[in-house]
Design a protein around this ligand. Structure first.
Ligand code: MRU
Length: 366
């Protein structure tokens, strides 16, 4: 997507510098800073500190990290060590393990001398595939938006609600939940997006930055406003992203997603999840019982970062000194609350049959 008129992906290989470049998302939406990642330690920090974030982007970053590891030492032992080191960075988004497994499976049969080049080629492949997957999710989601638009008086916007940032900077490009929004806007369909702020880290501000840069009408709302808006008929469709979806369609996503799904169910608002296939965990069925939920630092709750009047980016404390916090970063929405899953192969029910119907190859391989 474009930033100041120039097209960017959220990460890219600089051939002159022979190194990966990322957008350091800690400074967005106020500052657009690019960082070169040089060591395995820097890769791990980038994921843990959420310089890169969003399930698909975490996966693609890990693939480039594996490429670096193979450059330094292409042995089996180094590959296994890199796998464990990187896999421990964030526990919930399954794309991390998916990418690391894919790298290891591809590289293991190769001679050591071939591994560095093959690993870099595979990282490029994973990044390019992600772009295509998200483009397709957008095309299928666009049909959904078109159907809703067709039921409205001409010119009235389709009002969507989204939670967190499942946008282009959370993927390599396009985003998952935002891809249908970009494609609807580009097709001339009027839309308006309610953007949940998404405490504690306010990823909604990233979504607002993305949508605003693309000229898409949107409003930044508190996390608790969604239910009220739904009760008053102000939301036509909810689309969120996901960090891990089980084979029966339970959806793990940013904390607060579950409450949006409950409110949507109570108000008859369709609740869809944009789901790239690498985010399906075919080994897990019951998401509430089986998905590990990342617990992050309480400092993310007691302190907030923002831009001060003089333009400086600053962090301020919002709670009394010493206030204890609890910070589960994700929750699980049971499949019964999910109207449908928008995948790169089409839209399906959030059920085992629905997912296996679209992805028989993957369902059989588990
Ligand atoms: O903690 P984050 O910011 O990495 O969480 C991101 C989300 O929850 C997204 O909705 C999800 O990863 C899908 S991104 C296309």
């Amino acid at each position: 997507m474009k930033v100041d008129g120039r097209h960017y992906r959220s990460l890219w290989w600089d051939h002159d510098k022979d190194a990966l470049q990322i957008i350091d998302q800690r400074w967005l939406p106020h500052d657009f800073r690019i960082q070169q990642v040089n060591t395995l330690q820097e890769f791990a920090e980038a994921i843990v500190e959420m310089r890169v974030r969003g399930a698909p982007l975490i996966g693609a970053t890990a693939a480039y990290a594996m490429a670096l590891a193979m450059r330094l030492d292409p042995s089996d032992a180094a590959m296994d060590q890199a796998w464990s080191f990187l896999n421990a960075t964030r526990p919930t988004a399954i794309n991390l393990r998916w990418a690391l497994d894919r790298c290891r499976n591809r590289l293991r049969p190769l001679a050591a001398a071939e591994r560095a080049a093959a690993a870099l080629a595979l990282a490029h492949e994973i990044a390019d595939e992600d772009v295509e997957i998200n483009r397709s999710i957008g095309a299928h989601g666009l049909e959904l938006i078109k159907q809703i638009a067709a039921q409205k008086p001409a010119g009235e916007p389709v009002r969507l609600l989204t939670h967190c940032n499942a946008g282009w900077i959370a993927t390599v490009d396009w985003g998952t939940a935002t891809s249908p929004m970009y494609q609807a806007h580009d097709a001339g369909i009027p839309i308006h997006v309610w953007v949940d702020e998404t405490r504690p880290r306010n990823q909604g501000a990233l979504t607002s930055w993305e949508l605003g840069s693309h000229g898409i009408s949107h409003s930044y709302i508190t996390d608790n406003a969604g239910g009220h808006l739904m009760q008053h008929g102000q939301v036509d469709l909810v689309i969120t992203g996901t960090d891990r979806t089980t084979r029966r369609g339970d959806v793990c996503n940013k904390i607060g997603t579950y409450l949006k799904a409950l409110a949507a169910k109570d108000n008859g608002v369709p609740f869809y999840v944009a789901l790239p296939s690498p985010t399906i965990d075919w080994t897990v069925s019951d998401g509430v019982a089986e998905i590990p939920i990342e617990e992050r630092s309480e400092r993310e709750i007691t302190h907030v970062q923002g831009k001060a009047g003089d333009g400086a980016i600053d962090v301020v404390q919002v709670t009394p000194d010493g206030t204890p916090g609890g910070n589960p970063a994700f929750d699980v929405t049971p499949n019964r609350l999910v109207t449908g899953l928008i995948t790169e192969r089409g839209i399906c029910e959030a059920t085992e049959d629905g997912l296996a119907g679209l992805f028989p190859d993957m369902a059989a391989a588990r």
